[in-house]
Structures are given as C-alpha cells and as structure tokens.
Ligand binder design. Structure first.
Ligand SMILES: Cc1cc2nc3c(=O)[nH]c(=O)nc-3n(C[C@H](O)[C@H](O)[C@H](O)COP(=O)(O)O)c2cc1C
Length: 202
C-alpha cells in the first residue's frame, strides 16, 4: 500500500509536530529549574480534554513536591529509577480513581442511573485503569506542550506507593518525572515500528 507520510497532510504545524512528537524525548535527567504550579495547572487544563469511556475521567494526579514526600517516593522507586526521580524538580503520580462513578451524575448527566450501575460493576477497577492510562498519554503530551520533558516510569513498588500516598480506592498507573532536560538526559533514540508493521487494513 502506498501511504503518504509527509507532514503536510497534518493540520498541526511542523514546529508543534516536532515539539509534541518527533523531537520529544523521554528524559532521564533534569535541570533544577522548578516546574511551577501555574505550569502544572496549564498542563491539566489541556489534559482534561482527553476522551474517556462514559467521560469517566478516572485520572488523578499527585504532585510530589515537598522534599520530605519526594524522599518517601524515591524509596519506592526501583533501583534504576531512583537517581532520576531524586533529581527531577517535580514528580507526578498518575493515579486511577476506582470511585470515578461518583462524578457521573455531573460528568455523564444524560445517562440516568449510571452511577448506580457502575457502582455494581465488578469491571470498574479495570475500567479506571484503562481510561486513566489513556489520560496518562495525554498528560505526557500536555507536559511536552508546556515545553517540558516527561520521564514516565513503571518501575516502582506499587504497593509501597499506594501505602505512602494513595487512598484505598486509588491505584497507581505510572510515576512521571517532569522538568527541563539536563545533561545526558537522553538514552539513544530507539527504533519505532513502521506503518506496515503496526497498521493493517482489512
Ligand atoms: C508507561 C511507561 C513506563 C516506563 N517505565 C520506565 C521505567 O521504569 N524506567 C525508565 O528508565 N524508563 C521507563 N520508560 C521510558 C521508556 O523506556 C521510553 O519512553 C522509551 O524507550 C522511548 O524513549 P524516547 O521517548 O526517548 O524515544 C517508561 C515509559 C512508559 C511510557
């Protein structure tokens, strides 16, 4: 199949494509330039538009800022993730709220009884995790849109992070370092699957 991959078929301008995708990297080291509350609020203001099933919006974000809380978080990270987390100006815990259904009367108001139906649905924790993961992808893009770099990580003691920081109805989805990339921030860029390897038409 012949597929046009030139950037000019896209609506987003080339600089924004670079910022969000082509030149965006996973950062492993950061400068000590702070990430402000205003930046985080502006990022969330974009990220909140992510789609989710039933507009469920299960993502919660715990911004780990105080030195004391950061130390407790670093202790829960896997060995290879400790130094980069300790060196980031801000770290976010991306959380799935299994009780997202409590908001449905406001966030999905046209569906009468949605909250009660979801309350009785045993698939609710999995639904929370799946949709919060979609929102996590948007969170990474939102961080990039602010001109910052994200360092998402799955290497941590999930039970430990939950015990230290989360409520019983919450599960950790990822931990994300945020900041300006510092020296030696990047590993080598790894190959991506090509179109024909990832997409098939039927
Ligand atoms: C959900 C998720 C979990 C990840 N977990 C880790 C991790 O625990 N430690 C780590 O160093 N990198 C982790 N990464 C980073 C990936 O290895 C990295 O994004 C990938 O190699 C692409 O790198 P690039 O964006 O610089 O091209 C994770 C990324 C994602 C999205």
């Amino acid at each position: 199949m012949t597929v046009t991959t030139t950037a000019d078929v896209l609506a987003l301008d080339a600089a924004a494509q670079d910022l969000l995708f082509r030149e965006a990297r996973t950062a492993n080291a950061f400068t000590d330039e702070p990430v402000t509350d205003d930046q985080l609020a502006a990022i969330y203001d974009l990220v909140k538009w992510a789609p989710s099933a039933m507009n469920s919006q299960p993502l919660r974000i715990v911004a780990v800022r105080s030195p004391e809380a950061r130390e407790r978080l670093v202790a829960q990270m896997s060995e290879g993730n400790r130094r980069k987390t300790a060196g980031a100006p801000l770290t976010l815990i991306a959380v799935a709220d299994e009780d997202f259904h409590e908001h449905l009367p406001r966030t999905f108001p046209h569906s009468a009884g949605a909250r009660e139906r979801m309350a009785a649905n045993p698939g609710r924790p999995a639904m929370a995790r799946f949709n919060a993961s979609i929102q996590l992808g948007y969170l990474i893009l939102g961080i990039r849109a602010a001109g910052l770099a994200a360092g998402p990580m799955a290497g941590y003691d999930a039970e430990g992070v939950k015990r230290e920081f989360l409520a019983p109805n919450e599960q950790v989805v990822a931990v994300v370092n945020v900041g300006r990339p510092g020296p030696d921030a990047w590993f080598d860029r790894l190959p991506r699957l090509e179109y024909d390897e990832a997409v098939r038409e039927i």
